[in-house]
Design a protein around this ligand. Structure first.
Ligand code: C5P
Length: 224
């Protein structure tokens, strides 16, 4: 793979699995930008800062010491040196991440950092799959391949619920659906870089597709 594959869309569309597997198959790097917003959110929660206090959140984001890896086999996520890969997926972070990621200073800081990481990986391996909400529109609008994954709310809630159960979190499909729809609402209505497809993104509805089918379709697009 040469260049950036921008993979955007709401949660529960299979984005993370697709992005990691695709990056592995194409011997490319991988960047989970959602994990970066989750890391800042965890730092906010740990410090006792109110996620709704934009100014305090902005300051904290500057000071937070976090690290994010780009190996699709083992994407590292650390806060102050500690592995927090499981914790950033928990309900506390998931419940507060939309508020934190709506803060313009947080977005500025993370987008700049994402662009630096992308440039470094491109210099090293030549290709990277980047997943998020604003990759095709804001972070890497020059990407030769932009994909916007969608799926019905029902399917996304069911997938989220399966993931939560696999991670040992007790939830119901109804709770998962409420959480997924709440996050969509907040992520699509914020002023700074709201969730939306880039005009030139290829839309892929994953509702009726297996992960493998999505990966095959995207590999073909990436190698065209
Ligand atoms: O992809 P994931 O569900 O881990 O993303 C968590 C949250 O981070 C999203 O709900 C959204 O609020 C925020 N996010 C964002 N921009 C990105 C990636 C994630 O605002 N590029």
């Amino acid at each position: 793979l040469r260049g950036v594959v921008a993979l955007d869309g709401p949660s529960g569309t299979g984005k993370t699995t697709v992005a990691r597997t695709l990056a592995g198959r194409l011997s490319a790097g991988y960047l989970d930008t959602g994990a970066m917003y989750r890391l800042v959110t965890l730092a906010v929660l740990r410090s006792g800062t109110d996620p709704g206090d934009a100014e305090a959140v902005g300051h904290l984001a500057h000071d937070a010491e976090f690290a994010i890896g780009t190996d699709p086999e083992r994407p590292e996520v650390r806060l102050a040196g500690q592995d927090v890969a499981a914790e950033i997926r928990g309900p506390e972070v998931t419940g507060a991440v939309s508020a934190v990621s709506a803060v313009p200073q947080v977005r500025e800081l993370l987008v700049a950092r994402q662009r630096r990481i992308i440039a470094d990986v491109l210099a090293e391996t030549g290709g990277i799959v980047v997943e998020g909400r604003d990759i095709g529109t804001t972070v890497a609008p020059e990407s030769p391949l932009k994909v916007y994954l969608t799926a019905s709310a029902e399917i996304r809630a069911a997938r989220r619920n399966t993931q939560d159960s696999a991670a040992g979190r007790r939830t119901s499909v109804a709770d998962a659906r409420e959480s997924v729809e709440r996050r969509d609402r907040l992520d699509s209505s914020r002023a700074a870089s709201p969730l939306r497809a880039a005009e030139d993104a290829v839309p892929v509805d994953t509702s009726e597709l297996t992960i493998d089918q999505v990966i095959v379709a995207l590999s073909e697009l990436a190698c065209r």
